[in-house]
Design a protein around this ligand. Sequence first.
Ligand SMILES: [Zn+2]
Ligand SMILES: [Zn+2]
Length: 71
Amino acid sequence: MEQKMGPAQGTGPFRCPKCGSVTWGQLQHCPECGESLTVECSECGGTWRYIYDYTYCPSCGAKVGKQRSKL
Ligand SMILES: [Zn+2]
Ligand SMILES: [Zn+2]
């Protein structure tokens, strides 16, 4: 049987990009610091887990790139 690598549906454990807390499930924001854990396409409004790190929106194909500020 073939098993997919990584958090296929975005439900596995991953770290908050801001505070580093390990977060589970379908949370929209980090429960520790409130950082958004999703990226939103400015064109179509589609969202996905930040961990996917898409360059192009999987819904509409718009280029999204990195939206995060360098703080
Ligand atoms: Zn956090
Ligand atoms: Zn889009």
